[in-house]
Design a protein around this ligand. Sequence first.
Ligand code: ATP
Ligand code: MG
Length: 558
Amino acid sequence: MSAESKKAHNFIESLIEDAIAKGEHAGKVVTRFPPEPNGYLHIGHAKSICLNFGIAEAFGGECNLRFDDTNPEKENQEYIDAIKQDVEWLGYEWAGEVHYASDYFNQLYGFAEELVQNGKAYVCALSADEMAEYRGTLKESGRNSPYRDRPVDENLQLLRDMRDGKYQNGELVLRAKIDMASPNINMRDPILYRIRYADHHQTGDKWCIYPMYDFTHPISDALEGITHSLCTLEFEDHRPLYDWVLENTSVPCQPRQIEFARLNLNYTITSKRKLKRLVDEGHVESWNDPRMPTISGMRRRGYTPESLKMFCDMIGVNKAGGTVDVGMLEHAIREDLNSRAPRAMCVMRPLKVTLTNYPEGETETLTLPVHPQNPDMGQREVTWSRTLYIDREDFVEEPPRKWKRLAPDQAVRLRGGYVMTCREIVRDDSGEIVELKCEYDPATLGVNPEGYKPNGVIHWVSADDSVDVGINLYDRLFNEENPDGDKEADFIEHINPESLVVLEGARAEKNLASPRSDLPYQFEREGYFFYDAEQSEAQGKPVLNRTVTLRDSWGKGK
Ligand code: ATP
Ligand code: MG
């Protein structure tokens, strides 16, 4: 890591730095990101990706992408493709080809035979229930399986018969012979292989036995020359087993496992299994529904790779755990977009305004900056005309004190345009306001009016020269801080019924006829909105998703 690097080191970087200073790992750092392809990646995975790829970058090393694919029933190609796309979108490049734990099934099996031959593993015929009973508890040590002392030859033959399909699911397992009295339950003769008649997305029907995670992971790490195997804290108690496997097999090197705290976010679920339920039960539209905390959902919502990386930097890496406020994530995207999102105007709930003193049929073109602080982003044009739309919420008949918008006989400036004064309210038969007749002041383009002061600045569009857009107002998916922490209720019951409000009839300035798809827009005074290609195609008009409001208004006015 370069001396001028300003970022504070996290504890893992410090550990690696010390190891390298001592000459370990031949000075090379190799990490891996090892997702199981049983769902889409979520914001928690983003933390792990930033950490693993970030460390490789910082130390001039490499990071592998490895699919940890030892549960064929739950995994599939769709997830593999989505995961690769997400890692690339975050801007990371894995070293060489994508790896699969299943690439090592032959070697893993070879190491299993090696353990058997060395008297360090045995084939056990206890049922799952019996095995649980023999395992003991945290307070009581376990008991040896009656099959523990099978002779090596018999074990070897049974293992081969398992592999060759001579037994059914659950009949036999291969177990490590470690210590049934260990205070660490993971060391009480853990299962290394189980029988599963299942088609595997990579290896088809070649195997009917599959290795367990705790056996697969250390060996895959060693075969890939991983120096530091970073994982979340729940694996801390598995580390002795990780080390045992490496010490008792003839693997080429000894990677080091280091644990860090998972990311937990309030108002958010970060478990693939539960996110899958949201999709399967139709509570959201898909894995990439913009309300999902998946990387693909956040991408569709308008989150940028930069904002996710900024967020991961902000939360840091430690062993303490705890829950992060989702407001920090929202802060990160606001920070990023405030400095570079193109500005535009969109009227969410249009109210017609007629400028009675502006000639019918005439228009003029006004020029506004794309970004007020960044002239390099250029200029945009909007049309001024006799009929405009403003937002219904920007007009009240009886303004409260300090009202900064339009009211009868009061004046406001229209952003980038002229000052106008409201002269008359037009209502329909039911009494609803359907139009305002206003007078504009031709001497106020870019200059203050003489003799009076406008109330504030509001946004607007021209009636004829604006486009109909679909607007999805997304909000937090859950209205409980800890949706999963309720013993009485299922997390599904805490879904925010207002997590999606669809607005019809919104009108945006004409530039939105073909919206940019690289970055969200800042719709003035409304928030950040990102073009949704899929929904636009389906609806035949531009559809935009609200990424986030301009300010944190969660809980206010609810
Ligand atoms: P899930 O519970 O959502 O299924 P997982 O840990 O089983 O998560 P994996 O696909 O096995 O998911 O995870 C790949 C990597 O991402 C692992 O190294 C895992 O520790 C890490 N990871 C998963 N969730 C988080 C999280 N919330 N915070 C940090 N890292 C995470
Ligand atoms: Mg997992």
